[in-house]
Design a protein around this ligand. Structure first.
Ligand code: SF4
Ligand code: SF4
Length: 361
């Protein structure tokens, strides 16, 4: 059944079903950070039977960036000739030293500028030839094609003072690592809408073909998410795991080939460290040798540290779906959006920020 967007009669039937659901208890993970925020904002949890639990997953790029990488960024930011170009979300993310972040470095004189795309960072480089511009490449398959375009453009235009610190990541290896972990107990996935526009339905078929986990690709409106939960429950109760696409208005079977080709041309999969999860094989997007001039790791000899630095913050447990934000002892007491201790409280897509804003009382 493909529901029309804002089909109120069918929606009220679905909401009734979800409210009165009395089948087996299920845990459904929303992989995507924007889904986490949308679920919290729209109060979807209050519409569900207590037998349906929604769990946040590893879908916020800021939340999964290792503390080690944050510390390495701080070192880069201290270079006198350097401008760090970054998305705003990164400014308040603490590294291993409690309470210290890029925003503080900026107030101490480091040149840190907020940009809205990698191309903005490239333009910054073209307009500031006397400085090295290092763009912090954060995000999954959604944002990485934009970084790839900027790197290719820099190569064409022979821009010498532009490089990227790539912390971009692939979603599939993270989901595989999660599923293959000993204590995995998720019954279904809400697959990320934005990443699916790039990878297509095809990019998530492995969830069913290899792991038999009910999965639905969905958009970000409350209706989209409710229908997707309903479909996952139908797959579970009908013992018919499959990958369904509830985001037909955007997501195709093949995805965006142009963007996929762009990613493959500029990046290759390399082992990468995820906050709270550890190293996941072939999960990071490293810059190919062909574009090594634009790879900040090589250009500035960054010695990438792969030993996860743990802190009191429980973000790692949260992005693995093991605990909810309010189960962290620091939640809303020591850790708030004004004084975040971990990235899940900083990022606009973070589970702790969503809980703090909408579900605290
Ligand atoms: S980048 Fe888009 S798809 Fe990926 S987690 Fe964020 S919102 Fe979801
Ligand atoms: S409440 Fe703060 S310290 Fe606790 S897990 Fe969330 S971000 Fe980390």
């Amino acid at each position: 059944m493909q529901l029309k967007f804002k089909d109120y009669d069918k929606m009220s039937n679905i909401v009734n079903y979800l409210r009165n659901y009395n089948g087996p208890a299920v845990k459904i993970m929303e992989v995507c950070g924007t889904h986490t925020m949308s679920i919290a904002r729209s109060g979807i949890r209050t519409l569900l039977s207590e037998k349906i639990k929604l769990i946040s997953g590893p879908g916020c790029p800021v939340c999964v960036t290792a503390i080690n990488r944050i510390d390495e960024i701080f070192e880069l930011a201290k270079r006198h000739d350097t401008i760090i170009a970054t998305f705003g979300d990164m400014l308040k993310v603490p590294g291993s030293k409690a309470g210290f972040n890029l925003s503080m470095l900026k107030s101490q004189g480091a040149n840190i500028q907020i940009v809205y795309s990698a191309m903005d960072a490239l333009n910054l480089a073209m307009n500031n030839k006397e400085n090295e511009i290092i763009f912090l490449g954060i995000g999954f398959e959604t944002t990485a094609p934009g970084t790839a375009v900027a790197i290719k453009e820099a190569a064409v235009k022979c821009i010498e003072n532009f490089s990227v610190f790539s912390m971009h990541k692939y979603v599939e290896p993270a989901l595989r690592a999660l599923i293959e972990s000993d204590d995995f107990d998720i019954d279904g996935f809400l697959c990320p809408g934005h990443v699916s526009t790039i990878l297509g339905i095809r990019g998530f078929e492995f969830l069913v073909e290899e792991y038999k986990i009910p999965s639905v690709i969905t958009g970000f409106e409350a209706e989209d998410i409710l229908v997707a939960i309903y479909k996952i429950l139908n797959q579970i109760t009908g013992d018919n795991p499959s990958i369904e696409n509830e985001y037909l208005r955007i997501v195709s079977y093949e995805g965006n080939k142009l963007a996929q080709n762009m990613l493959n041309e500029v990046f290759y999969p390399d082992d990468d460290l995820w906050r709270g999860i550890g190293v996941i094989n072939k999960s990071g997007m490293a810059i190919r040798n062909k574009y090594s001039k634009f790879d900040a790791v090589k250009k500035f000899n960054i010695n990438l540290d792969f030993v996860d630095k743990s802190t009191a913050c429980k973000c790692g447990e949260i992005i693995k779906g093991k605990i909810q934000p309010d189960e962290c002892k620091l939640f809303a007491i020591n850790c708030t959006p004004e004084n975040p201790i971990g990235p899940c409280m900083v990022s606009s897509e973070g589970a702790c920020a969503a809980f703090y804003k909408y579900l605290r009382f």
